[in-house]
Design a protein around this ligand. Structure first.
Ligand code: ARG
Length: 493
């Protein structure tokens, strides 16, 4: 007979190939702290409902505490032949406490609600660190943006010079998007923070239980009631992974900009040595690997989401072993997104912007043409379509002559040819990129004052998101402390 706790009805052992193929320890070992916490709470609940006497509870909690101490000092030995982390913890308990006491813990519990309890607790903790890291990145980026609300640079559409913006405006746009990512992560957190514990295999139990009590001690906001739903649902993982994927795609787009903007051709910025790497053959190279890998790993995280959704789409309600494949893509996305956030925070915190180069590029390629057309509308009462035509012809002519809109006298002459009188001083002011940006003061536009207003709003939103985060961190540690207090009380009885 096999050594597995479920092996009673089996006459023969599992084949080695079957054991190797089906074990999940390599993936779920990282939930051991959550498995122990969930087990402690389950034991406390069983005692409260009359299934464990004081001695049984104290013995079980003693061995679970030992398991925790062993794990924390790195000496908890896990065995793959026990399949998963749950069987490892329970086997440790039974070996320590003996079958008479240790064998009582799994009443009114199944691995189906157990794995989901662990998983929700684990992902909850990891989402908190992702949010923390995203708040750091957003705060760093916003501080940089605030220093550059008057640093003119080209804004692009179609990867062509479009209109002047500022570096602060460019950077704060990323923060505006990340605030939505934060809200998606918060929503995923709230949807996952409900307790499946006590749903058992699929249909609850005929033993007396108190699911509200377990939920509260684990820091869940509520019981996830319907037992068949609670043991079947994996949308909490898909939702968290979707939020992570959208965030990673956003980071990838920033990565794309950092790659191009740091190239010799653009020269708009330089990444610090600490966030670049060299070439094994070309001595001059300084490569933006952190930004490139963020683009690359975004592909990987998108793959994680597709992988999870594909696993889920054809599993009927009730646990099926397919569902064991839910964790690897989520773990991977959590790890990769967290890594990207940390490295980009470092990269942006140490970046050097090149305002002179930004300004030179704005002057070089007609980025201010729309300013001239709008001036014709506002100051000379020219219909916009006609203004567009006049400036378009002027640009065509300048392109042939090889001059730019900084050639004020030429602009005056061209406008005169189109029947528009303008002084050189007037034209110079109209075509000055910084003055142009200052006039671009429509709601949400790049005018320094408007950008500063947006930045202040984002700072307020980040502070609120940080407060919300802190409140959830506090609630989780209060639940953990309350469990510890009850464990200590039971052990001292
Ligand atoms: N390792 C399993 C998983 O991750 C745990 C649940 C196993 N349940 C079962 N009925 N075999 O899904």
């Amino acid at each position: 007979m096999s050594s597995n706790p479920w092996a009673g009805r089996f006459a023969g052992n599992m084949a080695a190939s079957m054991a190797a193929y089906t074990e999940s320890l390599a993936v779920d070992a990282r939930m051991i702290a959550e498995d122990i916490w969930g087990s402690q709470v389950h034991a406390l609940m069983l005692h409260r409902c009359g299934h464990l006497d004081d001695a049984a509870l104290a013995t079980i909690l003693h061995w679970l505490e030992r398991a925790r101490a062993d794990h924390e000092r790195g000496s908890f030995v896990m065995r793959a032949e026990l399949e998963d982390v749950h069987m490892n913890v329970e086997t440790y308990l039974i070996q320590g406490a003996g079958a008479e006491f240790g064998g009582r813990l799994h009443a009114a519990r199944s691995r189906n609600d157990q794995v989901l309890t662990d998983c929700r607790l684990y992902v909850r903790a990891r989402l908190l660190s992702v949010e923390d890291a995203l708040l750091e990145l957003a705060t760093t980026t916003l501080a940089l943006a605030a220093q550059h609300t008057r640093t003119v640079m080209p804004g692009y559409t179609h990867s062509q010079h479009a209109q002047p913006i500022t570096a602060g405006y460019w950077l704060s746009a990323h923060v505006a998007g990340w605030l939505r990512d934060l809200r998606r992560l918060q929503a995923a957190y709230r949807n996952l923070n409900t307790s499946p514990l006590g749903a058992c295999a699929l249909a609850g139990t005929d033993l007396r239980t108190d699911r509200e009590y377990s939920a509260r001690l684990l820091g869940f906001d509520a019981v996830l009631e319907h037992a068949l739903d609670a043991t079947s649902a994996r949308d909490f993982l898909a939702e968290a992974l979707s939020a992570l994927t959208l965030l990673m795609v956003a980071l990838s787009r920033l990565g794309e900009e950092l790659v191009w903007f740091s190239s010799h051709e653009f020269g708009l910025l330089e990444l610090a040595d600490a966030f670049t790497s060299g070439s094994s053959i070309m001595p001059q190279k300084k490569n933006p690997d952190c930004a490139e890998l963020t683009r690359g790993k975004a592909g990987r995280v998108i793959g994680d989401l597709v992988q999870l959704l594909t696993v889920l789409k054809s599993v009927s309600l009730g646990y099926s072993r397919d569902l064991q494949e839910d964790k690897p893509p989520v773990w991977d996305a959590l790890d990769q997104v967290h890594g990207a956030l940390r490295v980009l925070t470092g990269a942006l915190g140490s970046i050097t912007l090149r305002p002179e180069r930004m300004r030179a590029m704005v002057d070089a390629n007609f980025a201010t043409a729309t300013q001239l057309a709008n001036w014709l509308v506002a100051a000379r009462d020219v219909p916009f379509r006609q203004a567009h035509e006049i400036v378009g012809r002027l640009v065509g002519e300048f392109t042939r002559q090889g001059c730019t809109l900084t050639a004020t006298a030429e602009v005056v002459a061209q406008l005169a040819g189109a029947g528009i009188a303008a002084s050189a001083a007037e034209v110079a002011a109209v075509l000055d990129p910084l003055q142009g940006v200052e006039r671009q003061a429509s709601q949400g536009g790049p005018a320094p004052g408007e950008t500063a207003r947006l930045i202040a709003g984002y700072q307020t939103a980040l502070a609120a998101a940080r407060a919300d985060w802190r409140q959830r961190v506090t609630a989780v540690s209060a639940a953990r402390d309350e469990t510890a207090r009850l464990v200590a009380a039971a052990l001292s009885r």
